[in-house]
Design a protein around this ligand. Structure first.
Ligand code: GLN
Length: 384
């Protein structure tokens, strides 16, 4: 082995993501995997056929940098139909190589060295590192179990002249909360008259339960004017491995985001864009998704009714939380490890979504799994 060259980490406090760590441990112990928010059931055969046809037809070279025109058209039509906001198909929508790339490009393009970005914890684990890579300061506001509500007075108090961005996620990973009309009204009032950008991660936009409405920033014109809305085809069409998402933003913001996107990925995967454009042409392709996942949420909740875990209701996303505070004094990481090793079920410790490891003795369960897996996992959890 050569002597390593000297180098300084840009992310000294970052290890391997929790999803990889738990996924490997789950595989090693052949645990039933309720950890990652990735479906273990197939996408539609039609979608695969469309992608295959696109490849056979020779659509195997670079797509346009901003995305396939037919797909951008399908996106802006859907957004207008659902949320009432008309984005310009040429300048205000960009197809990205995943929602992660969209978030990364937006933060890189819009956040400067020395800026502050308000971010809520528990936070998806990429958010804070993305901010830190820009030399910006994450201003972390903690949401507390079991409600995980946004403390808007604290948000207002922590805005400074350096606040450049507020990073939101609704429906929320990992808590399963969704923003309400009242939340949106507070956000609108707090940002009014400022130059703050709202970066809104809405990858679970079509997975909202109990008849509630998804409050996309694009539904609210004043917020849409300052927002970058990010979403994902992977979540909507059960193809998280395809890595195709998109973002919407007013042109002035989008111009900057595209400058980063063109040098990061240049374009998203071509045949996948053809396939997605064809599937999106079917009206209402997303309409059944909330009911589909609500059935899974309810199946898992009912099957866990006899378990010693205390479930925290989920309003949307692929996730629900469960407290084990009455069951054990262990840290959530130790508890999760023991569930995998001794009980054969993998979940995610919620402390992984807090930079300082705040441990509320809560674990995250993914119900983006086939029913047999949900029932088998629940049966094991009932035996702890
Ligand atoms: N978004 C998914 C989750 O939260 C997967 C994340 C990942 O594996 N990087 O489980």
């Amino acid at each position: 082995m050569h002597t390593p060259i000297a180098q300084r980490s840009k992310l000294p406090n970052v290890g391997t993501t929790i999803f990889t760590v738990i996924g490997q441990l789950a595989a090693k112990h052949q645990a039933i995997n309720l950890s990652q928010g990735a479906p273990n059931f197939p996408c539609s055969a039609e979608l695969i056929r469309f992608a295959h046809e696109a490849m056979l037809e020779g659509h195997n070279q670079y797509a346009p940098m901003s995305g396939l025109p037919a797909l951008r058209q399908a996106i802006v039509d859907k957004v207008e139909a659902l949320y009432g906001q008309r984005y310009d198909v040429d300048s205000e929508v960009t197809v990205m190589a995943s929602a992660s790339e969209a978030l990364f490009s937006a933060v890189t393009a819009l956040v400067h060295d020395g800026d502050e970005v308000i971010v809520f914890e528990p936070a998806f684990d990429s958010y804070i590192p993305m901010i830190e890579l820009q030399g910006a300061t994450p201003v972390v506001i903690k949401l507390a179990a079991p409600e995980f509500a946004i403390p808007w007075d604290e948000v207002a108090a922590r805005i400074t002249p350096r606040t450049r961005m507020i990073l939101l996620n609704t429906p929320h990973n990992p808590t399963g909360t969704v923003l309400s009309a009242a939340d949106v009204a507070r956000l609108e009032a707090i940002t009014d008259g400022t130059d703050i950008v709202v970066l809104s991660d809405e990858v679970y936009e079509h997975v909202v339960f109990d008849g509630e409405q998804h409050h996309s920033m694009s539904r609210h014109p004043k917020l849409a004017a300052r927002s970058v809305v990010v979403t994902s085809f992977g979540k909507t069409f059960h193809v998280t491995g395809w890595r195709v998402g998109y973002c919407l933003a007013p042109q002035a913001l989008m111009d900057e985001i595209r400058k980063v996107h063109q040098f990061a990925m240049f374009a998203a995967d071509t045949p996948m864009q053809y396939a997605l454009a064809k599937l999106m042409a079917e009206p209402g392709h997303y309409l059944g998704l909330s009911a589909f996942y609500q059935q899974k949420r309810d199946l898992l909740s009912q099957a866990l009714a006899a378990s010693p875990l205390k479930l925290i209701p989920s309003q949307g996303s692929f996730f629900m939380l469960a407290s084990f505070a009455l069951l054990s004094d262990e840290s959530d990481s130790d508890f999760v490890q023991r569930l995998i090793v001794e009980h054969g079920v993998a979940t995610i410790p919620v402390s992984a979504f807090y930079r300082d490891g705040t441990d509320q003795r809560v674990i995250r369960l993914s119900f983006a799994k086939d029913d047999a897996t949900l029932l088998a996992g629940a049966e094991r959890l009932c035996r702890i």
